[in-house]
Design a binder for this molecule. Structure first.
Ligand code: AMP
Ligand code: MG
Length: 456
């Protein structure tokens, strides 16, 4: 990943082609085949969320989205080795596999220059305040979770109704994230994984007391904050305070996954508009490292603004982009560790069909999507047992991150994931597939569905 210290300077007076490009990028990003080459600038301006939401004039909005656009253009022209925080520049450039016919050479060079300038701050966008708050909240959570993960033997845990584990760290992290967001956005609601009331009902008072202690609140304060929901709110935050609790308890990967759901013109009435994955155990270069010794990376995305990563301790934002591969051959599969959460046999069959590398990368949590977004893997599969209904906090942040990094994420039928329904995804969602290269997504879906239908 390329890094420079120069912040991007918005320029004015962009041509209508910039709008065309932004809309096109947004559609490529969603994995849609229906790219609107001839969409009129006025129509694009109407659809552009940054414009619709207010304060930006069209010229600004065009520029604000240009980092994401430039990156996607460049994606078409290079074999990336996108690593979070990798400061080496990609030296080798090859012709694009798709969409190159419309790229005039001069534009390509300009886009390239724009791309390599990179950022130290997240580019401005309509949800800048929310994204910044989410990143700070996730950082606050990591202060607690990293400390507790270093002392796992003394971390109180309990088992929930669905037999999944919950620890003091889950509850404490949920508390500080909701507390931080509630102070800034008192009207927003929350859809969050943990419930202090449920824990108390199950007789897990010690767990709640230890969480209050870790979060720095009284037990009463913690219970009230953790269970804040505001179900009538117009927009809401989706939070998994420790996604991958099993990984956390093994001293391995986990993440704090946070996403804002708001009204948005897209496939559904509401959409995840901001997504943050705080991954304290990922290395800065996007590799897995040795469990809890990772440097820590925060990956964040906002609709139309792109996907970026920064270390935990400083704001040093670098763009992330998925691998723009033209074939699945030698691609890398990323899946969960827990075989009970995803059918490893079916994904192995799909991997054989697609000629992927023989060994998948397995890790807990949506840190998988951070890797996919940074080009550290190519295909994500999650194939739960029949009848399991997915929870929204396992996919809302991932959806924005993957799509804004240039990938596609859908259910097994190829439908976009509706993350605006509340706690659960639609019960007809039987599994989730994400591809770094949207053009290859339908091939992946066919292989995964065939892998599920077949038995070795
Ligand atoms: P992963 O780390 O990818 O295995 O996903 C962790 C998430 O799996 C947790 O946050 C749970 O919400 C979810 N989960 C719990 N039980 C199941 C299950 N039986 N099948 C699929 N996902 C599950
Ligand atoms: Mg989870």
């Amino acid at each position: 990943m390329n890094v420079s210290t120069q912040p991007q300077e918005p320029s004015r007076g962009r041509s209508s082609e910039s709008f065309w490009g932004n809309e096109r990028a947004r559609r490529v990003l969603r994995g849609s085949d229906a790219i609107a080459y001839d969409t009129a600038p006025t129509e694009i301006a109407r659809k552009c969320p940054a414009l619709r939401l207010g304060s930006l004039d069209p010229a600004d909005a065009s520029v604000l989205q240009s980092a994401s656009l430039a990156r996607r253009r460049i994606e078409q022209t290079r074999p990336q080795s996108h690593n979070v925080g990798n400061r080496k520049r990609t030296q080798r450039f090859v012709p694009a596999s798709t969409h190159t016919s419309s790229m005039r050479p001069i534009r390509s060079v300009l886009m390239l220059l724009q791309c390599v300038r990179s950022l130290t701050t997240f580019p401005a966008h309509a949800y800048a305040k929310e994204l910044n708050a989410a990143v700070q909240a996730v950082r606050r959570a990591a202060k607690i979770t990293t400390k507790l993960q270093r002392d796992l033997a003394n971390v109180e845990s309990a088992t929930k109704d669905d037999a999944s584990p919950v620890t003091v760290a889950d509850v404490a992290a949920q508390c500080v994230v909701i507390d931080a967001l509630s102070q800034l956005f008192p009207d927003d609601g929350f859809v969050a994984e943990e419930s202090a009331a449920d824990l108390l009902e199950r007789g897990e008072k010690r767990c709640v007391e230890a969480a209050a202690d870790a979060a720095g609140f009284s037990v009463e304060q913690l219970c009230s904050i953790v269970d804040t929901r505001r179900p009538d709110a117009k927009r809401w935050w989706v939070l998994d305070p420790i996604d991958g609790t099993k990984g956390f308890m093994r001293g391995a990967q986990y993440c704090t996954a946070l996403s804002l759901i708001d009204v948005y013109e897209g496939d559904y009435e509401r959409e995840a508009v901001v997504g943050v994955l705080g991954c304290p155990n990922l290395e800065r270069d996007g590799s897995l490292g040795g469990g809890s010794d990772g440097d820590g990376v925060v990956v964040a995305a906002a609709r139309g603004a792109g996907c970026f990563a920064t270390p935990y301790d400083t704001d040093d934002w670098t763009p992330l982009a998925t691998n723009p591969r033209s074939t699945w051959t030698d691609g890398l599969l990323i899946e969960g560790v827990a075989a009970s959460h995803s059918d490893h046999g079916a994904s192995e069959r799909a991997a054989r069909t697609l000629n992927l590398k023989s060994e998948p990368v397995r890790l807990d949590s949506q840190a998988k999507h951070a890797l996919l977004a940074g080009g550290r893997g190519d295909l994500f599969t999650r194939l739960p047992r029949p009848g399991y209904v997915e929870r929204v906090w396992d996919f809302a942040a991932a959806k924005v991150v993957v799509e804004e990094a240039g990938g596609a994420i859908t259910d097994l039928k190829g439908r976009p994931i509706d993350v605006g329904l509340g706690t659960y995804l639609d019960a007809s969602v039987e599994g989730i597939v994400a591809s770094g290269a949207p053009a290859l997504h339908s091939e992946a879906l066919a292989a995964v569905n065939a892998g599920l239908a077949a038995k070795d």
